[in-house]
Design a protein around this ligand. Structure first.
Ligand code: NI
Length: 255
C-alpha cells in the first residue's frame, strides 16, 4: 500500500463487515465526476451499443420500440477504456482490497441510468442471485452517482446485516420471465437505510446485502457507475439451485 492510496478508517472497515454496506462522501474529485458523466452519457447515445447484448432494459421485456425505464450498459469500460485510467477506479480497487484482502481484483463494471420522471424502481435483490450458484463469492460493488443521489431520484437503500444470510429466493421483476432484472419478496422495507450521496460519493455493498433504489421522480437523469470487485470465486462444497436464472427467457440472450 502506498502513502497516497485511499484509506478507510478501521471504523469504516468494521462497519462494512457488520452491516454489509458503507457510505462515503467522496471517492473521486469533482472535476473527474464531470468527465465521467460525459463519457457515461456518450455511451448511452452510442449507436453501436443500441442493439448490443451489453445494453438492455433491466425492467423491460425487450420488445421492439419499448421505452426503457431502467436502461443498463454492461462492461462500460470495455467500450470506453479511459474509464480504467481514473481516480475513481484506482480508489475503488484500494477500497476493495482493504475490505476483501489483497487477492481482490476488478471483476466487471456496469452503468444504470434512470431517466427523469419515468425511471423505474430497482426492486429489492442480492447481486449474488444473478451469478453462478455453483460458486462461492466474496465480492462487493462500489456504486458511484455522477450527480447528487437523493430519495427523489433513486439513491441506494440497504438492509443491514443481510449479507450474513444466504441468497434468498428471487424471481424476474413482476414475475415476467422476459424481464432480465431480478427481485425478491423477502425483504422488509421497514428496515431499509437510505444513503443519499453527493456527486462522486460512493456506497459499497457486499454481494449478499439486500438493496434497492426508488423510482426517479426528479427532472434529471440519475446516473450510477458501478464497479464490482471480488476474490477469485471457489467451487461450493454444498450445491445450490437458482431456478430464477434458468426460468428467464430474456430477449437479451437472443441478441
Ligand atoms: Ni444490485
Amino acid at each position: 500500500m502506498t502513502d497516497n492510496e485511499f484509506r478507510l478508517t478501521q471504523e469504516q472497515i468494521d462497519q462494512f463487515h457488520r452491516d454489509g454496506f458503507l457510505s462515503l462522501d467522496a471517492i473521486t474529485a469533482l472535476e473527474e465526476v464531470d468527465s465521467l458523466r460525459e463519457i457515461y452519457d456518450n455511451l448511452f447515445s452510442l449507436q453501436t451499443l443500441k442493439n448490443h447484448s451489453d445494453s438492455f432494459d433491466l425492467a423491460g421485456t425487450g420488445e421492439e420500440g419499448a421505452v426503457a425505464t431502467l436502461p443498463q450498459i454492461m462492461n462500460p469500460s470495455k467500450y470506453a477504456p479511459e474509464l480504467t485510467e481514473t481516480i475513481v477506479r484506482r480508489n475503488a480497487i484500494a477500497i476493495a482490497r482493504q475490505l476483501l484482502g489483497d487477492e481482490a481484483d476488478f471483476s466487471f463494471d456496469h452503468a444504470i441510468r434512470k431517466p427523469p420522471a419515468i425511471g423505474a424502481v430497482t426492486p429489492w435483490h442480492q447481486d449474488e442471485a444473478y451469478w453462478n450458484p455453483g460458486l462461492a463469492y466474496e465480492s462487493l460493488s462500489i456504486w458511484v452517482p455522477l450527480q447528487e443521489a437523493t430519495l427523489e431520484n433513486g439513491c441506494m437503500q440497504f438492509i443491514p446485516g443481510t449479507h450474513k444470510e444466504g441468497v434468498l429466493p428471487h424471481h424476474s421483476i413482476g414475475r415476467d420471465t422476459r424481464v432480465p432484472g431480478l427481485e425478491t419478496d423477502q425483504a422488509n422495507p421497514e428496515l431499509a437505510v437510505p444513503c443519499p450521496l453527493p456527486p462522486g460519493g460512493a456506497t459499497i455493498h457486499h454481494c449478499r446485502t439486500l438493496h434497492y433504489t426508488g423510482a426517479n421522480t426528479s427532472d434529471n437523469f440519475r446516473r450510477a457507475y458501478i464497479m464490482a470487485f471480488g476474490v477469485p470465486p471457489q467451487s461450493r462444497s454444498v450445491p445450490r439451485d437458482f431456478p430464477w436464472l434458468t426460468e428467464r427467457k430474456s430477449v437479451r440472450d437472443k441478441k
